[in-house]
Design a protein around this ligand. Structure first.
Ligand code: ADP
Length: 169
């Protein structure tokens, strides 16, 4: 599907309507992509996040993007991988679905996702990629208003997984 793109890049540099942050439940910043987004956005982002009262796993909340080149940041909380019998797959799918739903509500047409949960949260990368691609594809089929979804992959392993899975689509 030509509305799905892969880019090996730091997501903070992307000039899309919204970038998605793989946040933690506090929404008060952390390591990995979350830390990179807060550093690049500047302190205004943390100030706005403080007023949101956190976010549950699988849900999403939206803020401004401050010094980032995107217009908005959608913060979602992916599940911590805990063996696979704790609704991890369902919760990861929810994180993608709820982020896309929020984007639609906010008239966002271009959006970029990091590989949610595949860093510190330890979700197996290929399993996560299959879920991400499936959720994005089914959403795009239903919603032509969304013009493009970019998977901003950071590491080589995810890049290869996404390239392989997306040629099969
Ligand atoms: P989580 O806690 O959800 O696992 P992490 O931030 O630890 O979140 O990792 C999620 C993914 O984001 C990993 O694949 C990691 O390589 C990637 N990542 C880390 N920094 C960046 C960045 N600046 N831009 C895009 N992806 C990033």
């Amino acid at each position: 599907m030509d509305r799905i793109k892969i880019e090996q890049t730091d997501i903070t540099g992307l000039k899309v309507d919204a970038i998605v942050n793989a946040a933690n439940k506090s929404l008060l910043g952390g390591g990995g992509v979350d830390g990179a987004i807060h550093r690049a956005a500047g302190p205004g982002l943390l100030e706005e996040c403080k007023a949101l009262n956190g976010c549950n796993t699988g849900e999403a909340k939206i803020t401004g993007a401050y010094k980032l080149p995107s217009q908005k940041v959608i913060h979602t909380v992916g599940p911590v991988w805990n063996g696979g019998n704790n609704k991890e797959e369902e919760l990861l799918a929810d994180a993608y679905k709820n982020s896309l739903q929020l984007a639609l509500k906010d008239n966002i047409e271009t959006i970029a996702f990091p590989n949610i949960s595949t860093g510190v949260y330890g979700f197996p990368k290929e399993k996560a990629a299959r879920i991400a691609i499936h959720e994005v594809q089914s959403f795009l089929e239903k919603h032509p208003e969304i013009k493009s979804v970019t998977f901003a992959v950071f590491d080589e392993e995810n890049l290869n997984i996404y390239k392989e899975l997306l040629v099969l689509c």
